[in-house]
Design a protein around this ligand. Structure first.
Ligand code: FAD
Length: 324
């Protein structure tokens, strides 16, 4: 029998980790949207998140704008990008090329997703990957081939997790089996789909831990301030919004009241997830910062102080001072 390690005999040596903070952005669809996105990026950067995720259209529909946004984040900000990547409709060769391109621009975190099936019901081309699990294995293979280039940090692979049943899945138990399979294939962490009831994250965590899932499961939380967005989100994800919240938002007489109701509901969801042991918080921003920052202000997350990092806003303010 080997002697117990120092870590085993003194478990408190490891201490508790700070709560991770991240935001989701999507690649802009027009020059005006890009301008507003960069204002948002500046505001979010000032909160010093651990990473920002950048979505990716199913079948690579926005590949160029996604890679361009990621490249600018790496070049012009202090933010670390987590690149979403979907595999539906793409061959392993095409995907290996995109993974290589992401690694070349400095990406070290990829969220491996299947993507939604095309609505027209057309079968994916022969040989294309079927599940997120296949993509994880492909990322690991590309990583292995480049291991000498990755000596200063390997690739962190994330996956999707579902607090409520995935629309194509037979049951929540099946969803957890799939999450376990993704962990076995090499996933390092999971981010959840949106959810609207405070107990849903804790329930997922309990089911997943019981099944043997050990990776961090980070709750994805959306500021619930817009009725239009809630409706669109339900349509896209199949997750039904809370009718009571919809009623309260619909009854609000001013935008300010709607924002107050929505932010408060989001803070309740986030606090319930943190109380259940969430290791971080991922905010779906829809490329807008105001509601996300309102939520953050009310949460007072225990975050590390990083005195030596300066946001690009602070840096450009410094440059302006030097120039004047
Ligand atoms: P998978 O894990 O592959 O699961 C897909 C379906 O197949 C599920 O029903 C699952 O139960 C089933 N399944 C999986 N493996 C097996 C197996 N071995 N045998 C049998 N059944 C199996 N979509 C985008 O297009 N772009 C994005 O940027 C994007 N970002 C997202 C970010 C997050 C945090 C989340 C939660 C979702 C995101 N989505 C995105 C949506 C996602 O692509 C859809 O939910 C998609 O329908 C499923 O993706 P997945 O990675 O969970 O797929």
């Amino acid at each position: 029998m080997s002697p117990p390690s120092l870590i085993d005999t003194h478990p408190n040596l490891v201490g508790t980790a700070p709560v991770a903070l991240s935001y989701e952005l999507f690649p802009p669809r027009s020059p005006a949207a890009a301008e507003s996105l960069w204002t948002t990026i500046g505001e979010l950067e000032a909160t010093d998140p651990d990473y920002v995720s950048v979505t990716y259209g199913a079948s690579g529909s926005n590949r160029n704008t996604a890679v361009e946004l990621i490249n600018r984040l790496v070049q012009e900000t202090t933010l670390r990008p987590l690149a979403h990547l979907t595999c539906v409709g793409n061959s392993p060769q095409e995907l290996a090329e995109i993974i290589g391109e992401l690694l070349d621009v400095g990406v070290r975190g990829i969220l491996a997703l299947r993507g939604d099936q095309p609505k027209d019901g057309v079968a994916p081309p022969e040989g294309s990957l079927r599940y997120a699990q296949d993509l994880i294995e492909l990322i690991r293979r590309v990583e292995q081939r480049r291991s000498a280039l990755l000596c200063a940090g390997k690739v962190a692979v994330g996956v999707a997790a579902y607090p409520t049943r995935h629309p194509e899945s037979p049951s929540e138990a099946h969803d957890v089996e799939v999450l376990l399979a993704k962990q076995r294939s090499g996933a390092d962490f999971a981010i959840t789909q949106v959810f609207f009831h405070t107990e849903q994250y804790a329930d997922l965590l309990t089911r997943a831990r019981r099944a043997g899932v050990t990776i961090p499961i980070i709750p994805g939380v959306m500021p619930l301030t817009s009725l239009r967005r809630l409706a669109r989100l339900s349509e896209l994800t199949g997750v039904e919004a809370d009718p009571a919240l919809i009623g309260r938002l619909a009854a609000a007489e001013t935008d300010a009241e709607r924002t107050r109701i929505g932010v408060s509901a989001t803070v309740d969801l986030a606090n319930a997830a943190l109380d259940a042991g969430a290791p971080g918080l991922h905010l779906y921003t829809f490329n807008e910062h105001t509601a996300a920052l309102d939520v953050l202000d009310k949460l007072a997350l225990p975050r590390p102080r990083r005195g030596n990092r300066h946001s690009s806003h602070q840096r450009s303010a410094g440059r302006r001072q030097l120039a004047s």
